[in-house]
Design a protein around this ligand. Structure first.
Ligand code: CTP
Ligand code: CA
Length: 234
């Protein structure tokens, strides 16, 4: 797309986007991670910058991606590091978008030395729940400790015989308490490590809009359209 053709509707706005997958160390050479490439978060950051926003991108592990021009990059490793970075960066933001794949659990203990194979089967790995950053951002705002106009979550969901992707999304929106939730339908190789997304954009006010298949940059535009509209109304 011609850069000059993009609306500059985010001029004067400050947005914070998280991207990539956190890595939770087990010992000095091993970690628990996930397949997130960070492409959706980077597309969000790039499009927001093109539309005039001041953008901070908090990135965990990603594929080898180019930092978009004009975007401030903050690198993190673990969920805990992302939590600290997000709580600090989100204050005063017009929009905060959690596009990162945050590991739900981390190894309970960080083993100081490389674990040796030994002679027998290993002990089971003990895991601890990570903080829910999105939920904490919402809580901090409710407690008056964080000033952020819009808090946006992402959810990758598969349908199952009892619950559709949309119903999983509605339940997650309610549980997280965020203002907007982008629900991606995954499965059949969709969304992870591919260039396309499809799903719904759900809002806390009950608005539900389908998001057609398209490039991640298109989904980014769709989300910033919704964010821009909402900020304009506030
Ligand atoms: N998220 C977060 N902190 C976590 C886990 C998730 O901030 N510890 C954010 C993600 O960045 C995303 C949203 O919450 O914006 C939804 O993530 P998802 O993994 O779909 O939700 P969970 O609550 O972890 O539920 P589950 O994985 O069990 O479906
Ligand atoms: Ca999760």
């Amino acid at each position: 797309a011609d850069r000059d053709a993009l609306p500059r509707d985010l001029e004067g706005r400050r947005v914070v986007v998280s991207a990539g997958g956190t890595r939770e160390p087990l010992d000095p050479v091993r970690y628990l991670g996930n397949r997130s490439s960070g492409r959706q978060g980077y597309a969000l950051a790039r499009v927001a910058a093109h539309r005039g926003a001041e953008v901070t991108l908090v990135a965990a592990h990603t594929a080898d991606l180019v930092t978009p021009a004009g975007v401030r990059l903050v690198r993190v490793g673990t969920a805990e590091e992302m939590r600290s970075a997000m709580l600090a960066e989100a204050d005063g933001a017009d929009a905060v978008v959690m596009a990162a794949a945050v590991a739900d659990f981390r190894p309970t203990a960080l083993v100081e030395h490389k674990i040796k194979k030994g002679e027998r089967d290993p002990e089971p790995l003990e895991l601890t729940r990570n903080p829910d950053i999105l939920a904490e951002l919402v809580e901090a705002r409710e407690a008056g400790k964080l000033d952020a106009s819009l808090i946006v979550g992402f959810a990758a969901e598969t349908g199952d015989p009892r619950t559709t992707v949309l119903d999983h999304g509605r339940a997650k929106l309610a549980r997280k308490g965020c203002d907007l939730l982008v629900v991606n339908a995954v499965g059949d190789g969709r969304a992870f490590e591919v260039d396309d997304n499809a799903g719904w954009l759900l809002a806390a006010d009950g608005t539900e809009n389908p998001i057609p298949y398209g490039a991640k940059s298109r989904l980014a535009s769709t989300l910033w359209d919704a964010v821009g509209r909402r900020l304009g109304r506030q």
